[in-house]
Design a protein around this ligand. Sequence first.
Ligand code: NDP
Length: 405
Amino acid sequence: MSSGSGQKIVCVLYDDPVAGFPPDYARQGIPALSQYPDGQTLPSPSSVDFTPGHLLGSVSGGLGLAPFLKSRGHEFIVTSDKDGPDSVFERELVDADVVISQPFWPAYLTAERIEKAPNLKMAITAGIGSDHVDLQAAINRGITVAEVTWCNSISVAEHAVMQMLALVRDYIPQYGWVMRGGWNIADAASRSYDIEGMDVGVVAAGRIGLAVLKRMKPFDVNLHYTDRHRLPADVEAELGATFHPTVESLVSVCDVVSIHCPLHPETEDMFNDELIGKMKRGSYIVNTARGKICNQDAIVRALESGQLAGYAGDVWFPQPAPNDHPWRSMPNHAMTPHTSGTSLSAQARYAAGVREILECWFDGRPIREEYLIVQGGALAGTGAHSYSEGDATGGSEEAARFTAS
Ligand code: NDP
């Protein structure tokens, strides 16, 4: 832990809206939650300098941290320019003490970059999922990695349910007919099904996966899950969910599979040709976990052959996805950019969580166990439960090929 003033905090955030900052907000505010579903308390910084419901995740939003960091005498650099050796991020990293980044627009902290940052002591993920950091390099260097556990888990669960329904009912092409001035019912209905009665499974029943199971239960589907740890018997019984000890067993019976495990060496490339080949013909995959859990080319091949009837999600590799990324143009997809965890509602929670982590750090107080991924040269807290050691950042330099339109 570190205290005192004069630290350099480098924060990588996505660009402001093309229509300007701040945007016109659709609503007056967001509901106030009292706790997370398992009873964990919401972030509890001493105060915040932003309005919940406002855009905080873009450069001008600055996660609402500028007044706080300035009042404590720290240097605060915010940039969206994160990829390539000439990027602002790579330039500012050389004497940074703390890096903050969101998975939606990740500042990839590869071993080479960590090497160039001798002062770096902490990497904070403003969100959940710290696979953009080479965790093995962070372990080796004694860098603390922390994320804001729970902050956007329900946001992602809602997005996953939306995309399952969008795929099975074939929503996006139907919207397309409306936009083109058509009324082509036969075209619109020819790939549209009810999800009722289908077998729906999740890969990992952690915070998000369990929330997805709970949300899908009222649709009268048959629920399935696989995970490294089994759910408590009463939870399993209440959901009527079937546990599968392996992902192969799960995919062989499911019509719809939603992926919710972290990306780490054990899960990278999990959905390759071989596993997809074990799925029922005409299955759907929704992946809001991480792009690299699915083999990029295997997904394209399976959509083209009809082995998969549809693919959706919001996670790509690398991010931003290069303009010619094959998932932008493959058939029968319903992809979004990486947005599920950065709703305005989620932003208020993770901005407050980042402030809480920074307050603990500067004041020499322990960071909550549930926020820790790496500490003291080992996986810690949530990281020790959900991740495995190693690196999943390979190939991230490809993100430099993206050009904003
Ligand atoms: P949790 O830590 O609550 O859950 C992760 C679960 O994955 C744990 O139950 C863990 O098992 C399980 N798991 C780990 N490895 C495997 C494996 N090899 N096979 C099966 N299960 C495995 O995290 P969340 O549910 O909150 O988040 C999950 C992931 O979702 C994040 O790591 C992130 O990548 C992604 N995410 C995406 C967002 C978005 O905006 N699209 C936003 C937030 C998260 P156990 O602990 O039982 O060993």
